[in-house]
Ligand binder design. Structure first.
Ligand code: ITT
Length: 210
């Protein structure tokens, strides 16, 4: 597949966001908006694959997702594997953050409810962190990994209507707000994903300009 798209007579290299999570797609698009690249998502390319997250670390899962979407598209891709680690739960949901609720077709609401249920009866504060690995894969290149973490505290009631996933329960003491109280632009100044993507941008620009 050709990796160049022609827009307004300008040839921009394409980068596939290897995620079907709409919240991640929004944040990644915004984080990459100043890069001279054409961002595409799997549906733009008619790609509908389910990638089982069978790795034993965020790095492995991010690599598995990046490789699967590279194989399916043939163009450069960026994937992201993120987990929420709660100290009082010995690091859970962690690697299993997406599959945390046992309900079939579980939603973010179900996952947040399960988290608060698991924390019932455990004394606060419930210190926690988001950990994120971003993987960049491109034809003929080794996968490169970039990492970001943000520390916070889980609270026992939801606040905010921005963000996605566990953001409504993730309190950032320095901001005096939850992640979901922040706008997308504010979250993107310091989040786990922002830290990882900002580290990845020079590499992405380098490989797409070669
Ligand atoms: P892809 O694999 O398609 O990227 P996913 O939703 O399965 O999407 P993850 O395995 O990385 O992605 O996500 C694990 C869970 O953590 C999932 O329930 C997300 O909604 C949640 N999550 C990921 N990033 C988050 C963030 O920035 N804020 C809050 N929750 C997040």
């Amino acid at each position: 597949m050709n990796n160049i798209i022609n827009i307004n007579n300008k040839k921009l290299p394409r980068l596939l966001l290897a995620t079907t999570n709409a919240g991640k797609q929004r944040e990644l698009r915004s984080l990459l908006k100043n890069c001279p690249i054409q961002i595409v998502v799997p549906s733009d390319l008619g790609i509908a694959i389910e990638v089982p997250e069978t790795g034993f670390s965020y790095d492995e899962n991010a690599s598995i997702k990046a490789q699967a979407f590279l194989d399916a598209s043939g163009i450069a891709v960026v994937s992201d594997d993120t987990g929420l680690e709660v100290d009082a739960l010995n690091g859970a949901p962690g690697l299993h953050s997406a599959r945390y609720s046992n309900l079939p077709f579980a939603t973010d609401v179900d996952r947040r409810a399960k988290l608060l249920d698991a924390l019932k009866g455990i004394p606060q504060p419930w210190t926690a962190r988001f950990r994120c690995t971003v993987a960049v894969a491109a034809p003929g290149r080794e996968i490169q990994l970039f990492r970001g973490t943000v520390e916070g505290v889980i609270i026992n009631r939801e606040s905010g209507d921005h963000g996605f996933g566990y953001d409504r329960l993730f309190w950032i003491p320095e901001a005096g707000k939850t992640m979901a109280d922040l706008t997308l632009e504010e979250k993107n100044t310091f989040s786990h994903r922002a830290v990882a993507v900002k580290k990845a941008i020079p590499y992405i620009l380098k490989i797409l300009s070669e």
